[in-house]
Write a protein that binds this ligand. Structure first.
Ligand SMILES: C[S@@+](CC[C@H](N)C(=O)[O-])C[C@H]1O[C@@H](n2cnc3c(N)ncnc32)[C@H](O)[C@@H]1O
Ligand SMILES: [Zn+2]
Length: 262
């Protein structure tokens, strides 16, 4: 368990951006803002605004449990492999933004792994999975992370800000995103109306701003339980359309896009 924060850490005070020093109960910045460390070892750096007080920001505990069950079958292994190969073997700090329960970070080949998610339950699960990594609860749109501190950042099916990528990346640092392409899980989606077709046409193009984009496509033949878990861990579960449903034969179709600090 990450009883001690590992230094140097990429994490900064979310209130003033200054460096943290370790205290008996957590950390404190040079301006005196202090944050307790949870027993699992992570810090809660989510401050201010409505999100900090809302009951469960981000993915719900049941969606995170479904995600853990589904990902541990290895069904999305080709995505994890592509992300890990894109980043490669590096000695520097790697930050997973919207890390969920930690599956993708567990595939990264770096001794200095950091993760952030707005869902406390996800950060708890990730901290237990990867005791040598350091995790915080925080928001992707205003990262509690020092400028120029990360050699790679990545975000998989999660909200992210390209401006924040640029700010926190070190010179020559690399960013990687995974986003759905046109046919991703189309068998589980409601029938296409013109809006959906238009969105699919856009997803046929690689994400803007990427200097490289690899399309990863494969088919899955799932058990009913896994199909249900996959459905429950995506926004599809909130669809009111009666024809959105878990099915066992699905196509995975994603963009693994990357770029560098500019
Ligand atoms: C679809 S899940 C993907 C999780 C993980 N990357 C994976 O693929 O297994 C999206 C994740 O983004 C997190 N999230 C949502 N809004 C966020 C925000 N503003 N900042 C950070 N994380 C956020 C959710 O809590 C959730 O864990
Ligand atoms: Zn501070």
């Amino acid at each position: 368990m990450a009883e001690e924060m590992k230094y140097p850490s990429v994490f900064a005070c979310p209130l003033c951006g200054l460096f943290f020093e370790k205290t008996s109960s957590g950390v404190q910045c040079t301006n005196g803002h202090s944050f307790d460390r949870a027993k699992e070892g992570y810090l809660n750096l989510l401050v201010g605004g409505r999100l900090a007080t809302s009951a469960v920001p981000g993915d719900t505990p049941s969606s995170l449990a479904a995600r853990r069950r589904f990902l541990s079958t290895g069904a999305y292994g080709p995505i994890a492999q592509t992300v890990s190969d894109t980043i490669g073997d590096i000695d520097g700090a790697v930050l997973d933004i919207g890390c969920g329960e930690g599956y993708y970070l567990s595939h990264i080949r770096s001794p200095h792994k950091f993760g952030l998610d707005i869902a406390k339950r996800g950060v708890q699960m990730a901290s237990k999975l990867l005791p040598d990594a350091e995790f915080v609860v925080g928001t992707a749109y205003r990262l509690p992370v020092h400028a120029d501190s990360c050699d790679a950042v990545f975000s998989i099916f999660a909200p992210h800000s390209l401006d924040e990528f640029q700010r926190v990346l070190s010179p020559c640092g690399q960013w990687v995103t995974v986003t759905p392409a046109a046919h991703h899980l189309h068998q589980m989606r409601p029938k296409r109306d013109e809006n959906i077709l238009e969105r699919e046409r856009r997803r046929d193009e690689p994400p803007e701003h990427a200097s490289n984009a690899q399309r990863v496509q494969f088919d899955l033949n799932l058990t009913e339980e896994s199909a249900h878990d996959l459905f429950s861990m995506t926004p599809l579960v909130w669809q009111t359309a009666a024809d959105a449903a878990p099915v066992t034969r699905v196509s995975v179709d994603v963009w693994v896009a990357s770029g560098f600090k500019s």
